[in-house]
Write a new protein. Structure first.
Length: 569
């Protein structure tokens, strides 16, 4: 007699979705294991406090990279969520699905069935979009998505959008709908002024189901195997070791760092990595922990000529008033992540879909909320979103309390270096448009003196930070791909009754933040696991610039194309 039917490791962006969907069947018993604890904290629930849980050890695993050779040996933080909701409880709440071409690339890379037409219905099923349903958006899902304060509280948001349009880029009414490319409002996972983590959206409403058991404070140490079949999980809780067993499936949803590490500690992974860690090889699988991808970003900062930026709201009195309004009414500056306008552009002619992303902030400050300089300012968080560099996750031993070796190999591909040069030049051009003249003061970072390729390269190496989107370390792929850890149903190759479902399953990283595609992937995987027929593919069209092969930005009349069209004129 086993303990459950479905045993899920990790209550994050994917695990909470799976727990909710799989327990919809009253005859299926589900256990959800989570290493952290409760997410019931004001610093988690209040959107504008977004930097605080990420900088709190209670909510963050605290992973770090190795010394990165492409970044002059710098060590970067790699925060991952610890507690119910996982990284959706510590992230910036930005909701970006990625471009249709990003998802189509998954299928091109061997993940059969994972194309935009097949995935769009799962984005819709997950979502309640505050403007209502259409052929791209959902209105009845667990996850609330809005646009913060609709840019009403600061004119800088609109000025940034206007600057992008003046630079020759299109406007977009909904970058998560028909047209990602362009400048417009940014969307966020906020529900009536509260953070809409997957714990809030999926888990909290169904915690009383009798067929669902959530066990927090459990550190999964290894997958239990009987030959080539997964039968359960060993875990530590309160200093004691326990085992829990599954009748049907063991599902790892521990994230792109912890899921491959758990596989490797269980003897599933590259033989050289396991042997170096003195772990017996149970099943040699070369791709486990390989193919690590992430986004980098910089803060491109200017002084602001008018006293309207968030820098004036960083004092204790202002913070107190913001907090009081949020506590009483769940409104105002406390109810937004402050990223209310954005842009998605292509870096050069011949690039089919956007590969650079802008988050605009009407303030100039570090991610921990400290002022970047005295006075007023504004900034964009920007970086190329389709890196060529690849890294890896490797356990050092079978000790689950010891963090694995994480090496991203940032900027070790020449393409990534040249992409950053283009990114800096294009950003300066956008921020230099007339729409920003009224507000734009001195360029603080990178600084106007920085002009040559060598100067740009050196500044980028010293100033880029992770955008906190590690992914792709247990990728789906074709049978003949030696790097594919999973088949297209998220099953671990060579091990029965074992799946992985989180952002590690992506073959390639999407253009944008990863919470939305991770939730979508878990929605679709839940149907694959339960044996439920998948939702019918969507026929909704997707806009791609008709002159993408000839022009870096829109410059000629454009035509509508379908998502599966080659789009070449």
């Amino acid at each position: 007699m086993r303990d459950c039917d479905y045993l899920i490791v990790g209550a994050g962006s994917a695990g909470c979705v799976l727990a909710a969907r799989l327990s919809e069947d009253p005859d299926a018993n589900v256990i959800l294991l989570e290493a952290g604890g409760s997410d019931r904290s004001i610093i988690v629930q209040m959107p504008s406090a977004l930097s605080m849980p990420m900088n709190t050890r209670r909510f963050n695993w605290g992973f770090q990279s190795e010394a990165e050779p492409g970044l002059d040996g710098r060590v970067l933080d790699c925060p991952r969520g610890l507690g119910l909701g996982g990284s959706s409880s510590i992230n910036g709440m930005v909701y970006v699905r990625g471009h249709a071409e990003d998802i189509n690339q998954w299928e091109s890379d061997g993940a059969a069935g994972w194309n935009y037409a097949s995935c769009l219905p799962y984005y819709q099923r997950a979502e309640t979009w505050y403007r209502g349903a259409d052929q791209y958006r959902g209105a009845n899902g667990p996850l609330s998505v809005c646009a913060g304060n609709d840019m009403k509280l600061n004119p800088l948001y609109r000025a940034f959008i206007d600057a992008g349009i003046e630079a020759g880029y299109p406007a977009t009414e909904d970058y998560n709908g028909y047209q990602q490319e362009g400048f417009g409002q940014m969307h966020m996972t906020v529900d009536n002024g509260r953070r809409a983590s997957t714990s809030h959206a999926y888990l909290r409403p169904i915690r009383q189901r009798k067929n669902l058991r959530v066990i927090s404070g459990t550190l999964a140490t290894k997958v239990l195997l009987e030959g080539d079949r997964a039968i359960g999980i060993a875990y530590e809780k309160d200093g004691n070791v326990f085992e829990v067993y599954a009748r049907a499936e063991v599902i790892l949803s521990a994230g792109s760092i912890a899921s491959p590490a758990l596989l490797q500690r269980s003897g599933i992974g590259p033989a050289r990595v396991l042997e170096a860690a003195r772990i017996p090889v149970a099943h040699s699988l070369e791709g486990v922990g390989q193919n690590l991808q992430d986004h980098l970003e910089v803060y491109f900062q200017h002084r602001c000529l008018e006293p309207i930026s968030l820098n004036s709201r960083l004092g204790m009195f202002s913070k107190g008033m913001i907090g009081l309004q949020w506590l009483l009414f769940k409104s105002g500056l406390g109810a937004t992540n402050h990223f209310e306008s954005c842009g998605f552009i292509r870096s050069s002619a011949g690039v089919k879909s956007p590969d650079i992303q802008y988050h605009f902030l009407p303030g100039a400050m570090r991610y921990d909320g400290r002022a970047a300089f005295d006075g007023h300012g504004f900034q964009v968080h920007v970086g190329p979103n389709k890196p060529a560099s690849r890294g890896s996750v490797s356990v050092r031993s079978d000790d689950a309390f010891r963090h694995p070796r994480v090496l991203f190999n940032y900027l070790t591909a020449e393409k990534d270096i040249s992409d950053w040069r283009a990114c800096i030049h294009l950003t300066r051009e956008i921020l230099g448009q007339p729409a920003m003249d009224r507000f734009r003061g001195e360029e603080i970072a990178p600084g106007s003196a920085l002009q040559t390729d060598d100067e740009i390269d050196a500044w980028v190496r010293q100033n880029v930070e992770s955008a906190y989107h590690p992914s792709c370390t247990c990728k789906m792929g074709a049978d003949d791909d030696p790097g594919a850890v999973l088949d297209s149903s998220c099953r671990v190759r060579g091990i029965a009754q074992l799946r992985v479902v989180d952002s590690s399953i992506f073959p390639t990283i999407t253009n944008g933040n990863l919470n939305a595609p991770t939730i979508m992937a878990a929605e679709r995987a839940a149907d694959l696991i339960a044996g439920t027929p998948t939702l019918p593919p969507s026929e909704a069209p997707v806009w791609i610039d008709s002159v993408w092969q000839q022009s870096q930005r829109a410059g000629q009349p454009r035509r509508e194309i379908s998502s599966d069209s080659d789009s070449a004129p």
